[in-house]
Write a protein that binds this ligand. Structure first.
Ligand SMILES: NC(=O)c1ccc[n+]([C@@H]2O[C@H](COP(=O)([O-])OP(=O)(O)OC[C@H]3O[C@@H](n4cnc5c(N)ncnc54)[C@H](O)[C@@H]3O)[C@@H](O)[C@H]2O)c1
Ligand SMILES: [Zn+2]
Length: 478
């Protein structure tokens, strides 16, 4: 079966010359914190001369031999890298086999006319004659089709593809082809979501051996009892796939069931809330709650696919949408882009792609993923002090406000107040303060915060004078 994401595998970029493999490759490698190998440069450094010189002095065959060797060496490396393959690197069958074995290959699409405009006049030996160039384009297309695990045409799409995520209105109707393989499927949803969107999912999965499981709606699903019921009732073998259709609560518990049923089966997240599509469905964290301890038990279990269909959000109640918007604003601040000004499907695409990049860079939450807690240390403290009666979005809006104030970003404070209009909450300040000190990111009782040096420039693990943090917290309390 083809790989469905690049976690733990090389990310190989293939496609015709002029598709942007080198520039996108460099950018995506930086986002994923991976080494970038530009195969053409690798060949040049091995040959000690430029590709044009190599072609002119020794001919194409000599270049191809060096290219095949460099590609093979790169793909044999154990540490996953991003590699931009030269346009013809997929010609040898040995390389296509190695790609299938050790890489997730994304083909970057480019129209032949655009490719010609971008490359003619350069010193590329194969972009000197337009007719020959067009013929080459047509003869190579089937090879790209053969190696493509996914296709993309910009950085956002590339990050989504690398994470196995697919964002498209109407994509729920393609579930049949988006759920990898052709084995049995266990569909897990709450009764409400199943009533609204379940039939479309079932129809799309038609032809698969299908079992269905209903769980409670919302946080009530994230309990040991619900998990035990899933463990007992799941019939799925190891060649099957669990599909979680619903909000973050559903994907959290169903993902954990997938992580543990028969010691782990693949799963597909189909998030149906804005929170789910921009946050909970992406990144492979799954969990249930224990009494008084949210997300206390869980597993990292990367979904084989995430299918985000923004069309499913049409039925979402306003309060749920507001919860999602707070995460959208958080993402926009982390990325340094006013993404909240875009349409909802574009918000989903941007935020899912951003989170995909951060989580692929740090799948086990040991470093850069910390930034996703922006505003959340304060938010959790307020939620605890309010006995979890406070909507998460409202808590996050307040938490972001505190983080921006402590970051000294007055302009962003103003924008936040305009977009999310956070209202102070009536909770006991001492209870909230105690909860802040108990936060799992706290060391020795004083909280470690995520702040912004500027929009798009997060810094985590920041320790501030206690008095400043306490004042910022109290400003959130009515
Ligand atoms: N794993 C992660 O990385 C991660 C990240 C963020 C949040 N979470 C978790 O996600 C959970 C919150 O998820 P949520 O905000 O999606 O809410 P939710 O899963 O609790 O669902 C909220 C409600 O919305 C309803 N609903 C879902 N989709 C709908 C639709 N399309 N139309 C109408 N109603 C719909 C559900 O039936 C439910 O009643 C929390 O438990 C949180 O811990 C996990
Ligand atoms: Zn959140």
């Amino acid at each position: 079966m083809r790989p469905s994401h690049a976690l733990g595998r090389h990310l190989a970029l293939a496609g015709f010359m002029g598709a942007g493999k080198s520039s996108l490759g460099r950018e995506v490698a930086e986002r994923l914190g991976r080494v970038f190998v530009d195969l053409d440069h690798e060949v040049e450094s091995r040959a000690g001369r430029s590709i044009a010189e190599l072609f002119d002095e020794q001919g194409e065959a000599a270049f191809r031999a060096l290219e095949e060797q460099a590609a093979a060496d790169t793909l044999r490396g154990a540490e996953p890298v991003v590699v931009a393959l030269g346009g013809g690197a997929v010609l040898p069958e040995s390389i296509r086999r190695q790609l299938a074995r050790g890489a997730f290959t994304v083909v970057l699409d480019v129209e032949p006319e655009d490719a010609w405009h971008r490359t003619s006049g350069s010193d590329r030996p194969l972009a000197r004659d337009e007719a020959a160039f067009q013929t080459l384009y047509r003869t190579r297309a089937p090879l790209y089709d053969e190696v493509a695990d996914a296709r993309a045409d910009d950085l956002e799409e590339l990050l989504l593809a690398a994470a196995g995520a697919h964002v498209e209105v109407g994509s729920v109707d393609d579930l049949g082809s988006l759920v990898p393989g052709d084995g049995a499927v266990a569909l897990v949803a709450d009764g409400h979501v199943s009533g609204i969107h379940g039939v479309r999912a079932q129809l799309a999965l038609g032809g698969r051996d299908l079992e269905q499981h209903e769980i409670p709606a919302g946080e009530a699903a994230k309990t040991p009892a619900v998990l035990e019921r899933l463990w007992t009732e799941l019939r799925l073998g190891r060649d099957g796939t669990l599909v979680a259709l619903g909000g973050g609560a559903t994907t959290d518990v169903a993902g954990f069931a997938a992580a543990t049923h028969m010691r782990g089966v693949p799963w597909v997240a189909v998030p149906t809330t804005l929170v789910g599509q921009v946050d909970a469905g992406i990144g492979g964290k799954t969990a249930i709650d224990l009494p008084g301890a949210k997300n206390a038990v869980g597993a990292f279990h990367w979904p084989a696919r995430v299918v985000c269909d923004p069309g499913l959000l049409e039925t979402l109640p306003d309060e749920q949408r507001a919860n999602g918007l707070a995460e959208v604003v958080k993402t926009g601040l982390l990325a340094g882009a006013p993404v909240w000004e875009r349409s909802e499907p574009e918000q989903v695409r941007f935020c899912a792609s951003f989170k995909a990049g951060v989580c692929l860079a740090d799948p086990h939450d040991r470093g850069t993923r910390n930034q996703l807690n922006l505003g959340h240390t304060f938010a959790h403290a307020l939620e605890v002090a309010a006995g979890y009666t406070l909507p998460h979005g409202r808590a996050v809006a307040l938490g972001l406000l505190a983080a921006l104030r402590l970051s000294g970003l007055d302009e962003q404070v103003r924008v936040l107040q305009e977009v999310l209009a956070p209202e102070p909450v009536a909770v006991d300040p001492d209870t909230a303060w105690a909860a802040l000190g108990r936060d799992k990111k706290a060391e020795r009782g004083s909280p470690r915060l995520v702040l912004l040096d500027a929009p798009g420039k997060p810094r985590w693990g920041v320790e501030l004078p206690e008095a400043d943090v306490r004042r910022a917290l109290e400003e959130l309390i009515a």
